[in-house]
Design a protein around this ligand. Structure first.
Ligand SMILES: *[C@@H]1O[C@H](CO)[C@@H](O)[C@H](O)[C@H]1NC(C)=O
Ligand SMILES: *[C@@H]1O[C@H](CO)[C@@H](O)[C@H](O)[C@H]1NC(C)=O
Ligand SMILES: *[C@@H]1O[C@H](CO)[C@@H](O)[C@H](O)[C@H]1NC(C)=O
Ligand SMILES: *[C@@H]1O[C@H](CO)[C@@H](O)[C@H](O)[C@H]1NC(C)=O
Ligand SMILES: *[C@@H]1O[C@H](CO)[C@@H](O)[C@H](O)[C@H]1NC(C)=O
Ligand SMILES: *[C@@H]1O[C@H](CO)[C@@H](O)[C@H](O)[C@H]1NC(C)=O
Ligand SMILES: *[C@@H]1O[C@H](CO)[C@@H](O)[C@H](O)[C@H]1NC(C)=O
Length: 431
């Protein structure tokens, strides 16, 4: 809240915010780097099948706890929705995410496996050339890391009369009644699929110990390589939509819905935790999105006729974040879901150029902000960095340098290069 009032008072930042909000699913991440946000829990020793108790003080209930069970075999899935019909726009993002995924494996313990799991309507040539495999779930812990593509039918393309007639539903459990509601009530909200994949495609990611639900315009860092959430905590990143007005409004809406509200706000779009908990939150998020869309927004707002007039107090474009705030606040109280606010770990800036900051804060995941500061996804996609050689960043220890290098390398590498690097990734593991 403090950082937010800073932005709204500063005219330059206000303009930035306006730019940011033009495309909705954004993270206006105002980082307050404090190490106390995170606790690195020492690895638990397994002695005669019993895990040793670790003394954790309960002072900060929502502390982001991570640890490094280096000698366990751990399975992780990075879960994304990929709109195949907008490949021109999303392929560059997918390529840099893919590049950072391979890079991360250099610091990943040899027994861990992290798959890139993509839900999309068509197994495009680009996905095939990257060596992705189609509709094949992971069946054991030793198989090398894979890019797995699963068929997913977008909500707005569903024929509600024959919704169960879609082919290829092997790993998708369509909830027919909910689909009808989502299709008719969230007609103008195009981001519903990125939550719905978590609600509906559980059979394809149930085998992972942890999943990361995230957008495509992100980078995994080398720290992601060797940190997982401690115990069954679900880590959430940090968003930037909260105001006094909407926090009060959420509290009131939760009451109207007969839901509990735990007073946690500014929850970012990335989740890192167990598949079951993520699916639970996704189900409640969809329910809350429907409720909000029907009861708390007017037709002109749903049709985006107000633009960003009411931002940051109330804005339809971030419905998904509003829905997940209600869901998470309810579930932490109603079902005791353990939450870690990963304010300095997930959804971090790609623009931080302090060379010491990366190492000090150990961010696991970077997310593109709507900015023209380096690294900017807009400038990258417009080719504005094409003259810069990634070699320039080889000694750059900042988050910005890391993002620049990953993105520029992914642009210069062919799909075959990327695919080959993936195949060799696990045997160059240093741990
Ligand atoms: C693991 O799964 C892969 C792919 O399904 C298969 O090729 C491999 O033989 C399996 N390994 C074991 C040990 O079951
Ligand atoms: C789809 O559902 C309808 C009614 O719910 C049913 O009559 C029909 O047989 C189903 N079709 C398939 C292919 O399962
Ligand atoms: C779906 O909706 C129909 C009609 O409203 C209802 O009869 C049915 O029980 C619902 N099914 C489920 C699984 O909730
Ligand atoms: C949330 O904040 C309100 C108002 O400050 C307070 O009454 C309520 O007890 C808080 N709820 C929790 C779960 O802390
Ligand atoms: C989420 O919703 C789906 C579809 O309604 C249901 O099958 C599943 O059990 C739900 N999952 C959880 C964890 O509540
Ligand atoms: C990176 O550091 C190495 C060793 O200090 C040095 O030899 C090299 O020239 C540096 N490269 C760049 C691009 O700065
Ligand atoms: C690394 O693994 C790949 C596939 O798993 C294999 O083809 C390759 O020969 C291995 N390389 C080394 C150096 O072990």
């Amino acid at each position: 809240m403090r950082t937010l009032s800073f932005i709204t008072k500063n005219p330059i930042c206000r303009i930035l915010l306006i730019i940011i909000i033009i495309q909705p699913l954004i993270l206006i991440e105002i980082a307050v780097f404090r190490l106390s946000h995170t606790q690195i829990v020492p690895c638990i020793q397994v002695v005669h099948g019993k895990t040793e108790q670790i003394n954790i003080n309960n002072k900060n209930e929502y502390l982001a706890r991570v640890y490094q069970p280096l000698s366990s075999s751990i399975l992780r899935g990075i879960i994304i929705f990929y709109p195949h019909d907008q490949e021109i726009s999303f392929l560059p993002e997918l390529l840099w995410l893919y590049r950072s995924w391979i890079e991360m494996m250099k610091t990943e313990p040899s027994l861990w496996r992290t798959d890139l799991v993509i839900y999309t309507g068509v197994f495009t040539l680009n996905l095939q050339q990257l060596g992705c495999i189609y509709n094949r779930i992971r069946t054991n812990k030793s198989e090398s890391p894979q890019c797995r593509v699963f068929y997913y039918q977008r909500v707005h393309l569903r024929d509600i009369q024959n919704i169960n007639n879609t082919d290829n539903q092997l790993y998708q459990q369509i909830d027919i009644n909910r689909s009808i509601l989502l299709k008719t009530r969230l007609k103008t909200y195009e981001y519903v699929d990125s939550i719905n994949i978590v609600a509906e495609c559980y059979p394809s990611f149930a085998m992972y110990d942890y999943i990361v639900r995230t957008d495509i315009d992100v980078f995994l860092t080398p720290y992601f390589g060797h940190f997982v959430p401690y115990n069954d905590i679900l880590l959430v990143g940090r968003g930037g939509y909260a105001t006094k007005f909407n926090t009060g409004r959420f509290r009131r809406i939760a009451r109207d819905m007969n839901w509990l509200y735990g007073n946690i706000t500014n929850i970012g779009s990335t989740w890192y935790g167990s598949p079951r908990v993520a699916q639970r939150i996704a189900n409640f998020t969809l329910e809350a999105m429907l409720y909000l869309s029907i009861n708390e927004f007017t037709q002109p707002e749903r049709e985006r006729k107000l633009g960003i007039l009411l931002w940051p107090d109330w804005h339809y474009g971030v419905l998904l974040l509003y829905g997940s705030e209600l869901a998470i606040n309810h579930l932490i109280l109603a079902e005791n879901i353990k939450l870690g606010l990963a304010n300095t770990l997930l959804d971090q800036f790609t623009t931080t150029n302090n060379p010491y900051d990366f190492e000090k804060n150990k961010p696991l995941h970077l997310h593109c902000w709507h900015t023209y500061k380096q690294f900017s996804k807009f400038l990258f996609k417009r080719g504005k960095y094409n003259d810069i050689h990634p070699r320039k960043f080889i000694n750059d220890t900042s988050a910005s340098g890391f993002a620049m290098r990953m993105a520029l390398e992914s642009r210069l590498m062919s799909s075959t290069d990327l695919k080959e690097q993936l195949m060799n990734a696990k045997n160059s593991s240093i741990l």
